[in-house]
Design a protein around this ligand. Structure first.
Ligand code: G3H
Ligand code: ZN
Length: 291
């Protein structure tokens, strides 16, 4: 079922677990995440980036997610979120399309400009009861990058995060704490920084760059108060590896569905593993009631 993000994130905060925010790029990935949520009895956030919206169209993807949430995942809660919105206009369009949560990412701007833009978004979003995620300390890397090494992963400044949250009144906060977009050998989570942020701002913390982080680190981060974990690259890799393998094995196939069907299962498998790791699995029993 399609729900407001606050309904699942507030519960995750109270319950001390995290919800996966899965980046989708096509129908197959939406189906894979929805099936995973059903299989794991878990809440899920389905999120789209601006490039995913350019690829699929805002109206089509909004309708696909809401229809799949209602039909495929009728018994578990799913929320729709804009990931890394870069401008007021792009965020505004998603708010008007029925998203219940938007990320305005002005983290590469000077702090005052980031605060100003985020405040404008919060004003219009809150008037429509939509949650806003703000970000401090720009993330580096690139979605889909794998097996590389980053020279230095920058960290957010604690005082800047506190000032940002205080002035913008965002609902969830993302900040650079040692992860990066993509999979890198030297990704880490600086738990002391995460702990200090959580203690100072007392908001649901969103961990970006979830692919490539060791499971043991992830568990510790959840204990320190991470409530949303973004997963993009791991799903892209699962999709592409599945598709390449099936195409190579079935070069004469003429029905696209036979090539694409296994990608849905591949995405489902990765998403179920993440739901178990994040502690969101098993939180909803049949009937949509939280256990
Ligand atoms: O915003 C999306 C994410 O932060 C995904 O990062 O590709 O490292 O999983 P990832
Ligand atoms: Zn991100």
């Amino acid at each position: 079922m399609l729900v407001h993000i606050k309904d699942i994130v507030n519960k995750a905060e109270q319950g001390g677990y995290a919800i996966g925010a899965f980046n989708v790029t096509n129908l197959e990935s939406v189906l894979g995440v929805a099936q995973a949520a059903v299989k794991a009895n878990s809440p899920a956030i389905i999120q789209v980036s601006e490039s995913a919206i350019r690829y699929m169209g805002l109206k089509p993807i909004t309708h696909i997610v809401s229809t799949v949430a209602k039909n495929v995942a009728a018994k578990v809660p799913i929320a729709l979120h804009l990931d890394h919105g870069s401008s007021f206009d792009s965020v505004f369009e998603c708010i008007n399309s029925g998203f219940t949560s938007v990320h305005i990412d002005a983290s590469s701007l000077p702090l005052d400009e980031n605060i100003n833009l985020t405040k404008q978004v919060v004003k219009v979003a809150h008037a429509k009861h939509v949650w806003v995620q703000g970000e401090v300390g720009a993330m580096i890397g690139g979605h889909g990058n794998t097996n590389n090494f980053l020279k230095k992963i920058p960290l957010a400044d604690l005082d800047e995060v506190i000032k940002f949250v205080h002035e913008t009144k965002v609902d969830t906060i993302a900040a650079a704490v040692g992860t990066a977009h993509g999979v890198y050998r030297n990704e880490d989570i600086i738990l002391s920084l995460l702990k200090a942020i959580k203690k100072s701002v007392n908001l649901p913390f969103v961990l970006h760059g979830g692919s490539g982080v060791l499971n043991s680190q992830m568990k510790k981060a959840i204990r320190e108060g991470v409530n949303i974990i973004n997963i993009g690259t791991d799903l892209k890799v699962a999709f592409c590896q599945s598709l390449i393998k099936v195409c190579l094995e079935n070069k004469n196939e003429t029905d696209p569905r036979n090539l694409l069907k296994p990608t849905i299962k591949a995405i489902e498998k990765v998403a179920v593993e993440k739901m178990k790791l994040f502690g969101s699995a098993g939180r909803y029993i049949v009937g949509g009631v939280e256990t």
